[in-house]
Design a protein around this ligand. Sequence first.
Ligand SMILES: [Zn+2]
Length: 137
Amino acid sequence: MKFTVTRGAILQRGLTHRCPNCGAPTLFVAGSLFTIAPACADCGLKFERDEGSFLGAMSLNYGVTVCGFLVPVLVAYLAGLLAGRPAVILAGLGAVGFPILFYRSSRSWWLMNYYLVLPHHLPANQRQIAAGEDANT
Ligand SMILES: [Zn+2]
């Protein structure tokens, strides 16, 4: 099936925090760092699909924090590149700071992952059914 919005476009829009459906800039409320808009101001795509849908974003944020920050600090400590005290301080600061800095991306990346797997769920990829056409064809 050929889509109007390709997986490449979904990937690009997800990485740049844009609406996966129309590419309008930012999923977030203007002037807010952490408040996601309920829907796209341009096309109306709901960003919060259902309550709890962004638990996955929290899991993604946790996983990236652990794998992308805490494990490298641990490896640097074990390899002797960092002493114990600086490693603990760095890990502590990173465990709090990294998820905050990654919050916006985790929300956008989670939404991107959903539509990368199910691109036909985007309204832009759903074609109109012609008069007399069966919806299952
Ligand atoms: Zn949109």
